[in-house]
Design a binder for this molecule. Structure first.
Ligand code: NAP
Length: 273
């Protein structure tokens, strides 16, 4: 019988590439995201390769919607073997320019969205005595990034969530893995937001990132999807994807220099202290 994976943020970017990766490897795929048309279109593509695909429109920030997502998935497939927590949002600007609502948008999606799926799925995983939870974090879940404070906060929280869960759940037969990619050329700019000192600053931040994303060496969603598949296949618990290794090593060897260089790069029109 085919194994089953549930992937959040599956309609685009890393989530869609991961859905295709698992489909090619014979998994039933449950795909969740908010925008129905785009989710259904992505599911149609994945259907060509998977034994079974189910698209379930879900806003992972809403616990009630996530409870229904897990209930429907269990009712249809009996069990879930792998959960890939991936739905996330990017935000960048000086820390003092974020409104509380903008802090919430970042943390409600990147942290609480992951907690919601884990909360409702965990009793099933513990009862079945096996399974894997993969949390897509970011290199900024291990390396602090200036001008990305709410995002970095959410991703460091995912590192703690992942590592403490792994410690507690491994004796119960469940593996918990953190995936840490660097910048990836996905569709994240569509929903990214850039609070700035003023409109000009916000526009400059967006443009700066768009330019970096056009550099050909920037990694692709498929690179992360392969790393996730490899992690599941070999039950890994901690995966720095490609160039993220260099970020981690630089931060260990030259933390002051790296932080200074990143402040210079990302400050735009913020004051240089
Ligand atoms: N791209 C990068 O540079 C990069 C680097 C490191 C880590 N990551 C992490 O990788 C993950 C995926 O990022 P990506 O670059 O592939 O993003 P993306 O291209 O923007 O795709 C995001 C996906 O998440 C869904 N989504 C967003 N908010 C949601 C919500 N509240 N509920 C359910 N689904 C939601 C989106 O669909 P809807 O909007 O229709 O819901 C979409 O399917 C994120 O956790 C991100 O932080 C990305």
């Amino acid at each position: 019988m085919a194994s089953t994976v549930l992937i959040t943020g599956a309609s685009q970017g890393i989530g869609k590439a991961t859905s295709l990766q698992f489909a090619h490897n014979g998994y039933n795929v449950i795909m969740a995201a908010r925008t129905v048309d785009r989710l259904n279109a992505a599911a149609e593509e994945v259907k060509a390769f998977a034994p079974s695909v189910t698209a379930i429109p879900t806003d992972t920030r809403d616990p009630e919607q996530v409870r229904k997502l897990i209930d429907q998935a269990i009712a249809q497939y009996g069990s879930i073997d792998v959960l890939v927590n991936n739905a996330g949002i990017y935000s960048s600007g000086p820390a003092d320019s974020f409104s509380l609502a903008e802090w919430h948008t970042t943390l409600d999606t990147n942290l609480w969205g992951y907690i919601h799926t884990i909360h409702f799925l965990l009793p099933h995983l513990i009862a079945q005595g096996h399974g894997m939870i993969v949390n897509v974090s970011s290199s900024s879940g291990k390396v602090p990034i200036p001008y990305l404070v709410p995002y970095t906060t959410s991703k460091f929280a995912i590192t703690g969530l992942t590592q403490s869960l792994q410690s507690e759940l491994s004796p119960k037969g469940i593996t918990v893995c953190g995936i840490y990619p660097n910048l990836i050329k996905s569709n994240f700019m569509e929903r990214a937001f850039f609070p700035g000192k003023d409109q000009e600053d916000a526009i400059a931040r967006r443009k700066q990132l768009e330019q970096v994303l056009n550099v050909p060496v920037v990694e692709k969603p498929e690179d992360v999807a392969k790393a996730i598949w490899n992690a599941v296949k070999h039950k890994k618990t901690d995966v720095m994807v490609g160039s993220a290794n260099a970020s981690l090593i630089s931060n260990k060897l030259f933390p002051d220099f790296l932080q200074w260089a990143m402040r210079r790069t990302f400050k735009n029109s913020d004051k240089d202290y």
